[in-house]
Design a protein around this ligand. Structure first.
Ligand code: 6PG
Length: 464
């Protein structure tokens, strides 16, 4: 009998099932198209004895030990509800369903509430690391009843990535907590990627560097404080030659980026929670703008192409700017996690989140270990104010300012870096400018304002 089951043998599902089998667990698998299951098991090689391929849901359910644990790896959205509706009547009340797709955490909260009302267990877990991660060690962000997590924690920690000896699999909290943490991971992923794309643009258009030279810069940065999976793969992408044209691959890829929605969900939730996530919002907007190809062509025809050459060598400043931008962006991400934790009653373990992101996931980086330490030492503080990161920002914000201002003066768009800089400057301005906003609001709507020198609500002389 299988110790666990998995439904959905798409890229991620197949990789996760292989990983589970590889770690010594017997696993039953099911896919709606039976030939996919047959091919998967037939191609499993040494892992085949650990896999039970099944052709119907009844057969699948019968192949799993009771009380059952079943991972759903079907496309996020309606397909998850449909699969739950099909499976539940075949299951016992103590059988655990685990949605491991990229679910919207609001859906996970609803499904968790429905499961609770029926008295059946349900988990929503975020899994990051792409196909390679799923196969050899993803980062796993668990959510749902802790008792459900405890039942499968031995399997999830066995298949997870490791940072040293520590498995990157953690229970984050009730209902949608795991999927929310995964969503914020993806929002940060969008901002990290966008800021890297912005410095790539400055190197390409401002400094006139070719893809090979840019690849060399990313390789060098990957040996320093920016060391991370995304910097590493950016270097690899830049170094790749297109077999068809013989040109650098980057030079033949259309500049229009896709998105499945998780970055947008992060921005939407940040706005709902009044938790500033401006670098992430800028990154989502940049993806949206990237797909407006025709409109951008029209703009270039009317105004002339924006990017102009940059004087001087600012490559080292670009590295420092990325560092500063990244710290500001993560400060926003962890601020958003803290806000959601209060709003949804989760008690999210912020240092634990930084720890779980240290290996396996797409945003894994050397810096996350320092973030885990900072979030432990100063748990209630903005990450930018933790002594280690405050020092890093003191050392690097000048470069961020130089890069953002140079980009603005030379027409090289840098929206996420610009958002990060504006956030940093705003957060070190004790006397801001919202006094003007309050004056305006009171003038046109008598909304009232507070005074610096008195308590209570006040109005301007226009109040009559
Ligand atoms: C991961 C990735 C993964 C996937 C997203 C991104 O953590 O493994 O984030 O979940 O790549 O779907 O998708 P989009 O860029 O299409 O939104």
């Amino acid at each position: 009998m299988a110790e666990i089951g998995l439904v959905g043998l798409g890229t991620m599902g197949a990789a996760l099932a292989s990983n589970i089998a590889d770690k010594g667990f017997d696993i039953a698998v099911y896919n709606r198209t039976t030939s996919v299951t047959e091919e998967f098991v037939a191609g499993a090689g040494d892992l085949a004895p650990k896999l039970t391929g099944t052709g119907t849901l009844e057969e699948f359910v019968a192949a799993i030990d009771r009380p059952r644990a079943i991972i759903l790896m079907v496309p996020a959205g309606e397909a998850v509800d449909a699969m739950i509706a099909q499976l539940r009547p075949l299951l016992d009340d103590d059988d655990l369903l685990i949605d491991a797709g990229n679910a919207n955490f609001h859906d996970t909260r609803r499904r968790a509430a429905e499961a609770k009302a029926q008295g059946v267990p349900f988990l929503g877990i975020g899994v990051s690391g792409g196909e390679e991660g799923a196969r050899h060690g993803p980062s796993i962000m668990g959510g749902g009843a802790k008792s459900g997590w405890d039942r499968v924690a031995h399997i999830l920690t066995a298949i997870a990535a490791r940072f040293g000896d520590t498995p990157c699999a953690t229970w984050m909290g009730e209902d949608g907590a795991g999927h929310f943490v995964k969503t914020v991971h993806n929002g940060i992923e969008y901002a990290d990627m966008q800021m890297i794309a912005e410095v790539y643009g400055i190197m390409r258009d401002g400094l006139g560097m070719d893809a090979g030279a840019i690849a060399g810069v990313f390789r060098r940065w990957n040996a320093g404080p920016l060391a991370s999976y995304l910097i590493e793969i950016s270097g690899k992408v830049a170094a790749t030659t297109d077999a068809k044209s013989g040109k650098p691959l980057l030079d033949v890829i259309l500049d229009s980026a896709g998105q499945k929605g998780t970055g947008r969900w992060t921005a939407i939730e940040a706005l709902h929670l009044a938790a500033p996530a401006t670098a992430i919002e800028a990154a989502v907007a940049a993806r949206n703008l990237s797909s407006r190809l025709e409109e951008r062509k029209t703009g270039e025809a009317i105004f002339g192409a924006a990017p102009q050459k940059v004087d001087g060598d600012i490559v080292d400043d670009l590295e420092q700017a990325l560092l500063a931008g990244k710290i500001a962006c993560y400060a926003q991400g962890f601020g958003l996690l803290a806000a959601a934790s209060g709003q949804f009653g989760w008690d999210l373990p912020l240092p634990g989140i930084a720890r779980v992101w240290r290996a396996g996931c797409i945003i894994r980086s050397a810096m996350l270990d320092d973030m885990a330490t900072a979030l432990t030492e100063t748990p209630d503080e903005n990450l930018m104010f933790a002594p280690f990161f405050a020092q890093r920002l003191k050392d690097s914000h000048g470069a961020l300012r130089k890069v953002v201002s140079t980009a603005a003066l030379t027409g090289n768009p840098a929206p996420a870096l610009g958002a990060a800089l504006a956030y940093f400057d705003t957060m070190r301005t004790a006397r801001g400018t919202a006094n003007m906003i309050q004056g305006q609001r009171d003038f046109f709507g008598l909304h009232g304002f507070q005074r610096l020198d008195a308590t209570g609500a006040h109005h301007g002389p226009w109040a009559g």
